[in-house]
Design a protein around this ligand. Structure first.
Ligand code: 7LS
Length: 840
C-alpha cells in the first residue's frame, strides 16, 4: 500500500463528520478492521464497522482529554462501583459526538437499515438495577460537564442474566455479551496489578516502629480494559477502566515443578473465575467468598492504579486528597478504606494519624438503601481468612473510633455497641456501612426523604457524632440517553419549540410551560406519544403475539421485581378491575393495558412466583371474551436498558408504588415523567420531589406516608382487618389463593396470599389497597379528559429539569469532591510515548 493510500485511509478513519466521509469510513472499517467486503458482510459485520467508525472519531478526544488532565495535574474523581449498567454504546457515541443526522443519512444512502445494525449490539449489562444505571448516568454527566471523572469497576465476562419467560416463569440464561468481541474496549495487557488473598501477617519492630508483612498469599493479576466515555457536545471523552482477573505466572512454574499440567490449568482457571460473573442479586448477600474477593480485587487494582498516576507528579502523599476524590457507590467498594490505610502505613510507612487524615479526606460514600437485608455485613471469620491484614486494620480503625465515642459519651456502653464496626450480636460481623461512614468525609443519601430517614433512623448516632457529614444529593438521570436518544420524536418536538439547549441544561424545559396553552403544541405532543405507543403495540405483537390497543391507557411498572416495590399491589388492582368488568360487562370501563417488566433475583422465590402470577393472570384476562379488550396484561421479558428505551416513550402512567420509606430514590420514576408519563405513586423516594416540581395536580399520590407506615407497624399492623373490611379486596385474594388463575395447580399462589394474611404483610399492601384503587379511579377520570391529560403530561416534562444527573454531578463536584471542570485542549504528546504508559 502506498503512503498516500495509507494516509487517505487514516484520514477517513480519524473521521470527518460529513456524509461522504462517513460512507467512505464505513467501507474502510468494514474492509480493514472487520475484514469483509460489502457482499459478504452480515448485519453483525456492519455493526462492527459502524462501531469502529464511531470509535475512531472518539479516540483523539479521549487521548487529548487524558493528556490534558495529565498536563495540568488536575484533581481527578474516581467513581468506584461494582456495577455499570451502560446499555448500548453505538448510538450514544454518534449522538454525543453530534453527527446523528449525517450518520443516519450515510447509512440510508448505502442502503443499510440502521435499526438492523443498531440492534445487533448487546447491552453492556454490568449491573443489576438502579445503582448500576446511576453509575452509567453519572459517567455521562461527568464527561458532558468536562469533569475529570473515571469509572472503575469489574469487566464481568457474564453480565446480568437474560430473562426468558417459559410457561409464565422466569428462566435465566447466561449473558455471554463478549462472545463476538467488544469493539468499545481497549485491552491494556501491560497495565497489570498484583492482588493478594489469604496468607498470613507477620510483624516485627524496625527502627522503633512496628512493621506488618502480608505473606504466603494466593495472588491474582488484574488486567485493565479501557472504554471511552464521550461527553455530549464537548471535546471531553473520559475513561472507564474495568479489571479482568488473570492468573499469575506462578501456575506455569508450578506446572514445571510438579509436572502436573492439568492441575496447574485448573488452578489458573479458578483464579480467573473472579471476574467471570456479575452476581444477579440486589438484596441478600450470596456467593459470599467470591463476592468479597470481587470487591477487594477491583478496589486493590484501582487504588494501585490511582496511586501510580498520582506519584507521577508527587513524591509524597500529603496532597492526595487535593488530587484524588474517590466516591464509593454504596458499601460494595468500602474495603478501599482499609486498603488505602494498608498501602500508606505498611508499604509507605506513614504514621497512622497522618494516613488516616489522608484517607478520610479522600473517600466519600453514597448510601442507596435503608433496607436491613441490603446493608452489607461480612463475617469476621471470612475476613480473617481472605483479608487477614485488612481485618487487623479494621480493628485498629474501630478501636480508635470507639475511644473517641467513649470520650464524647462517657459511660454510655449502648452507644459503643450500636456504633461499633463490629456487630457482636450473634456471630461477629463487620458492618461495612459503619466502616464507610467512619472512613469518609462525606456520606450522602440519594433523595431528601431517604437522607432524612438515614439521619433519623439507622445512622442517627453517626449524624449526632459527625453533624455535617451526612448530606443529601438527590439522584438524577442523563437527558441524553433518556430523552434525546430514546425518544427522538418528543425530543425533536421540544427542540423545535425551545431549541436544543435543554439537552445540556434540562432546566430550560421550563420554557415549555406556556406552551400548554398552545393547541398546536398539545396536539403535536399527543401525536408523538401516540406514535410511540403504536410502535410499542407493534413490538408486543411481534415479540409476544398479543394484541394491545393504542387507545387504552398504558399503565407501566418497570423495575426489579421485589416485594417492597409492590408489583403485587398492582396485580391486586388488575384483578379488581377484572372483577368489575366481569360483574358489570355492560358498563363503561376505561380500556387499560397494564405492562410489567423486570427481573427477579434467581434465588428469590417469592419474586419469581409474582412473575408467574402476572403471566397466569395475563393468560386468563387477555383471553376472556367478556373483557373484550378493555383490560390487557403484558409482561415484557428481559427488561434491560435497551428495553427501557423502547418502553418508556410509550408509557402514559408510571407506577412508583413502593411502601413509603423503602425506595431510596428510584430513577425510573424520573425517566418516565421526563417522557410525559404521569406518576401514580406513594410519598416515597424521589416521588416526593417530583410532586414538589410538577405540582399536586399533575401527579397521583396515594397511601400511607413513611411516618404512618412506621406508626402502623409499631402499633401492631393487622392485615386481616383490611381483608375483612373490604369486599373487593377479599374477593381478589380469595381468587388468587384458591387457584382461579391457576386451574392446573390450585394452591400455586397460596404462598403469596399467605405472605399477606398469615405472615404479616411486611410491605403493607392491604393497608394501602383501598387508597391505591381509589387513586387509580382518579387516574381513569383524568385520562378520559384527554385535553387535560395532555396538559398534565406536558407539565411533567416541563418541570423535570431538577432531575438531570448534570445537576446531581455538579452537587457532588462542589459539595463533596471539590473538583473543577477541565476543558481539554489539543496538547499533542511530542515525546511520542504511548498514552497509557505516560499519561493514563
Ligand atoms: C447488589 C449483590 C448484593 C440498588 O439498585 C445490593 C446488592 C447486594 O446486596 C449481594 C450479593 C450479591 C450481589 N448486588 C447490588 C445492589 C445492591 N443495592 C442496591 C441498593 C439500592 N441496589 N439500589 C437502588 O439504587 C438507586 C440509585 O440510588 C435508587 O434509585 C433505588 O431506590 C435503589 O433501590
Amino acid at each position: 500500500m502506498t503512503d498516500s493510500v495509507k494516509k487517505s485511509i487514516f484520514e477517513h478513519e480519524k473521521g470527518g463528520f460529513d456524509i461522504e466521509s462517513i460512507k467512505q469510513s464505513l467501507a474502510n472499517c468494514l474492509t480493514y478492521s472487520v475484514g469483509k467486503g460489502p457482499i459478504t458482510a452480515t448485519d453483525r459485520d456492519r455493526f462492527f464497522a459502524a462501531a469502529y467508525l464511531v470509535r475512531n472519531r472518539l479516540i483523539d478526544r479521549w487521548m487529548e482529554t487524558m493528556r490534558s488532565y495529565y498536563a495540568h495535574d488536575v484533581k481527578r474523581v474516581y467513581y468506584f462501583s461494582l456495577e455499570f449498567l451502560m446499555g448500548r454504546a453505538l448510538m450514544n457515541g454518534v449522538h454525543n459526538l453530534g453527527f446523528d443526522r449525517q450518520f443516519r443519512e450515510a447509512l440510508d444512502e448505502l442502503g443499510i437499515n440502521l435499526d438492523d445494525v443498531r440492534e445487533i449490539e448487546p447491552d453492556a449489562a454490568l449491573g443489576n438495577g438502579g445503582l448500576g444505571r446511576l453509575a452509567a448516568c453519572f459517567l455521562d454527566s461527568m464527561a458532558t460537564l468536562d469533569l475529570p471523572g473515571y469509572g472503575y469497576g469489574i469487566r464481568y465476562e457474564y453480565g446480568m442474566f437474560a430473562q426468558r419467560i417459559e410457561d409464565g416463569r422466569q428462566v435465566e440464561h447466561p449473558d455471554n455479551w463478549l462472545r463476538y468481541g467488544n469493539p468499545w474496549e481497549f485491552p491494556r495487557p501491560e497495565v497489570l496489578h498484583h492482588v493478594k488473598f489469604h496468607g498470613r501477617v507477620v510483624q516485627y519492630a524496625e527502627q522503633g516502629a512496628m512493621r506488618y508483612h502480608w505473606i504466603d498469599t494466593d495472588d491474582v493479576m488484574a488486567m485493565a480494559f479501557d472504554t471511552p466515555v464521550p461527553g455530549y457536545d464537548t471535546h471531553t471523552a473520559n475513561n472507564m477502566r474495568l479489571w479482568a482477573a488473570k492468573a499469575t505466572r506462578d501456575f506455569e512454574l508450578r506446572y514445571f515443578n510438579e509436572g502436573n499440567y492439568v492441575k496447574a490449568v485448573e488452578d489458573k482457571n479458578a483464579s480467573e473465575n473472579l471476574s467471570k460473573v456479575l452476581y444477579p442479586d440486589d438484596t441478600t448477600a450470596m456467593g459470599r467468598e467470591l463476592r468479597l474477593k470481587q470487591q477487594y480485587f477491583f478496589v486493590c487494582a484501582s487504588l494501585h492504579d490511582i496511586l501510580r498516576r498520582y506519584r507521577k507528579h508527587q513524591d509524597n502523599f500529603d496532597s492526595l486528597p487535593d488530587k484524588v476524590a474517590i466516591q464509593l457507590n454504596d458499601t460494595h467498594p468500602a474495603i478501599a478504606i482499609p486498603e488505602l490505610m494498608r498501602v500508606l502505613v505498611d508499604l509507605h510507612h506513614l504514621g497512622w494519624e497522618e494516613a488516616w487524615t489522608i484517607t478520610t479526606r479522600t473517600f466519600a460514600y453514597t448510601n442507596h438503601t435503608l433496607m436491613p437485608e441490603a446493608l452489607e455485613t461480612w463475617p469476621v471469620a471470612l475476613f480473617e481468612n481472605v483479608l487477614p491484614r485488612h481485618l487487623q486494620i479494621i480493628y485498629e480503625i474501630n478501636h480508635r473510633f470507639l475511644k473517641d465515642v467513649m470520650h464524647r459519651y462517657p459511660g454510655d456502653t449502648g452507644i459503643l455497641r450500636r456504633m461499633s464496626i463490629i456487630d457482636e450480636s450473634g456471630g461477629r460481623r463487620i458492618r461495612m456501612a459503619h466502616l464507610a461512614i467512619i472512613g469518609s468525609h462525606k456520606v450522602n443519601g440519594v433523595a431528601q426523604i431517604h437522607t432524612e430517614l438515614m439521619k433519623q433512623t439507622i445512622f442517627s448516632d453517626f449524624d449526632r457524632f459527625y453533624p455535617d457529614k451526612i448530606i443529601n444529593i438527590t439522584n438524577g438521570i442523563t437527558p441524553r440517553r433518556w430523552l434525546n436518544q430514546a425518544n427522538r420524536r418528543l425530543a425533536e418536538l421540544i427542540s423545535s419549540r425551545i431549541g436544543s439547549g435543554w439537552v445540556k441544561d434540562l432546566g430550560q424545559l421550563k420554557r415549555l410551560v406556556p406552551l400548554v396553552e398552545d393547541t398546536t403544541f398539545r396536539s403535536e405532543f399527543a401525536a408523538a406519544k401516540r406514535v410511540d405507543k403504536e410502535h410499542f403495540v407493534a413490538m408486543v405483537k411481534q415479540k409476544l403475539n398479543i394484541d394491545i390497543n393504542a387507545d387504552s391507557l398504558f399503565d407501566v411498572q418497570i423495575k426489579r421485581i421485589h416485594e417492597y416495590k409492590r408489583q403485587l399491589l398492582n396485580v391486586l388492582h388488575v384483578v379488581t378491575l377484572y372483577n368489575r368488568i366481569r360483574h358489570r360487562p355492560d358498563m363503561d370501563h376505561m380500556p387499560r393495558t397494564v405492562i410489567f417488566g423486570g427481573k427477579a433475583a434467581p434465588g428469590y422465590a417469592m419474586a419469581k412466583l409474582i412473575i408467574k402470577l402476572i403471566n397466569d393472570i395475563a393468560d386468563i384476562v387477555n383471553n376472556d371474551p367478556k373483557v373484550a379488550h378493555r383490560l390487557k396484561v403484558v409482561f415484557i421479558p428481559n427488561y434491560d436498558v435497551s428495553t427501557a428505551e423502547e418502553m418508556i416513550p410509550a408509557a402514559d402512567l408510571s407506577e412508583q408504588i413502593s411502601t413509603a420509606g423503602t425506595e431510596a430514590s428510584g430513577t425510573g420514576n424520573m425517566k418516565l415523567a421526563l417522557n410525559g408519563a404521569l406518576t401514580i405513586g406513594t410519598a416515597d423516594g424521589a416521588n416526593i420531589e417530583i410532586r414538589d416540581e410538577v405540582g399536586e395536580d399533575n401527579i397521583f399520590i396515594f397511601g400511607l406516608s413513611a411516618a404512618e407506615v412506621a406508626k402502623m407497624k409499631a402499633s401492631g399492623y393487622q392485615p386481616r382487618d383490611f381483608y375483612h373490611a373490604n369486599a373487593e379486596l377479599q374477593a381478589v385474594l380469595d381468587m388468587i389463593g384458591s387457584g382461579f388463575f391457576s386451574p392446573d395447580e390450585l394452591d400455586r399462589f397460596k404462598p403469596i396470599v399467605d405472605s399477606l394474611l398469615q405472615y404479616g404483610d411486611e410491605y403493607l399492601l392491604l393497608a394501602d389497597y383501598a387508597s391505591y384503587v381509589a387513586c387509580q379511579k382518579k387516574v381513569e377520570l383524568a385520562y378520559q379528559d384527554q385535553e387535560q391529560w395532555v396538559r398534565k403530561a406536558i407539565l411533567n416534562v416541563a418541570n423535570m429539569g431538577k432531575f438531570s444527573s448534570d445537576r446531581t454531578i455538579k452537587q457532588y463536584a462542589s459539595q463533596i469532591w471539590n473538583a473543577e471542570p477541565v476543558v481539554p485542549e489539543a496538547t499533542i504528546d511530542e515525546s511520542g510515548e504511548s498514552l497509557i504508559s505516560t499519561n493514563s
